[in-house]
Ligand binder design. Sequence first.
Ligand SMILES: [Zn+2]
Length: 100
Amino acid sequence: MPAPLRRCAGCGRRAPQRELLRFAARDGVLVTGRTEPGRGAYTCRSLACFERASARGMFPRILRQQVRIGLELRHLYTDAASGAGEAVAAQRKDLGATHG
Ligand SMILES: [Zn+2]
C-alpha cells in the first residue's frame, strides 16, 4: 500500500502525510496534531508554506470553518532554527500570559 498523499495548503506540493504537518480546528482555533478530530489541513514543514497558506485563507477554506490562527503556531517551524531557542522561549512566555 502506498502512503496516502496530502497536499500542502501553502505550495500545493503533494507529499506523504508523514512528511507534512497536520492542522485542524478545535473550538475555532487552529491547532496542530495528527489525532485532532475532524477535517485536516496540511503544510510542508516550512514556515513559508504555513504563512502562504495563512495569507491565502487556506485554513478556513480547507477546514470549512473560521479559525483563529495563533502566532504561536509559527514556533512549530522556528523551533529547529539554530540560535532562535531563547527568543522563542521568551515569546512563548508572553503568549501564555495572554491566554488567561
Ligand atoms: Zn508546501
